[in-house]
Design a protein around this ligand. Sequence first.
Ligand code: NAI
Ligand SMILES: NCC(=O)COP(=O)(O)O
Length: 334
Amino acid sequence: MATIYRPLAVSLGDPAGVGPEVVGKCWDHRARFDLPPFVAIGDPRSLAAVWDGPIATIDDPREADSAFDVGLPILPIASVEADLPGHPSVAGAHCSLDALELAVGLARSGSAAAVVTGPVSKQQLYGIGFSHPGQTEFVAERCGVSPANVAMMLAGPTLRTVPVTTHIPLGAVVETLTPSLIEARGRAALRGLQRNFGISDPKLAVAGINPHAGEGGTLGREEIDLIIPAIEALRAEGWRVTGPHPADTMFHAAARANYDCALCMYHDQALIPLKALHFEDGVNITLGLPIIRTAPDHGTAFDIAGQDRADPRAMAAAIRVAAQSVVHRAAVAA
Ligand SMILES: NC(=O)C1=CN([C@@H]2O[C@H](COP(=O)(O)OP(=O)(O)OC[C@H]3O[C@@H](n4cnc5c(N)ncnc54)[C@H](O)[C@@H]3O)[C@@H](O)[C@H]2O)C=CC1
Ligand SMILES: NCC(=O)COP(=O)(O)O
């Protein structure tokens, strides 16, 4: 791993979920996982409840680098009450939002090199009035970027996908899709492949939405009316874009070899293949931001929190990909 001169800010996510445990385990295995210094942000009690390692409470992210060798540095978030693992609460939801806010602020101010977000519960956040579909859109808003111009990429060793629509009901997908939204997500994905992954001439494969990509309009017209105009607009800008591809035949190994990223029309079309192939080490990356933000692909896993069963590899991959993105971006900017 190349040297990064500022720590990564890692929010712990919901204190009752597996976020604290996987972050602690990442510190335990920092050498094996090849991780740069990072600072956790959250309630230290949620960490101590599930992890026996040394915790180094700090006041300033500049202390993280030297503290990292002796303990897991944490910038504490005061929560009115400590959560029990597996038992989410209103206080915990506020704590997860405060940690996210601080982590994003540190990345925006330049005090942190990037932000890695621990898993939050959307249901819990919606319950305290969180009005964004997810952390992706929250971070975009805090960075002053329209949510339409960012892309939620899920990336694993053999597949990257971007859903055009994210956290909306399935029944609302078709009415939400427009050529300009598909085009904007496609452009954000392509630019992100260049800036965050260092792929100079990326290839994007666009999925259809109907069976067999609509069979020439006989099984639905969304490909003709919505998707093909977006593909043509991106091609006119010089991007390498193929499709619309039947979604059922674009994720097997030989098909995946033909593209760098699949642009999918809705959440599960993008996330099912990714999680089927790479649940253990899949990373969620928000593309199109002035800062770098990654997250593990998994959620809060309340069902196993506090049982020492949480696999830290996806969190480790999220930290590593964030660090690699810092290096790629610096190279692109140089
Ligand atoms: N980046 C984020 O903040 C994300 C948050 N979520 C949130 O998480 C909550 C729960 O979502 P689910 O759909 O149940 O997905 P989930 O990923 O939390 O759990 C699905 C299954 O995978 C297991 N699992 C998850 N992470 C694991 C790990 N690190 N090691 C071992 N097993 C693990 C769980 O025990 C469960 O059986 C929802 O409220 C959702 O909003 C979901 C995905 C991403
Ligand atoms: N299914 C992916 C997910 O829930 C992550 O969403 P976000 O909170 O990172 O926007």
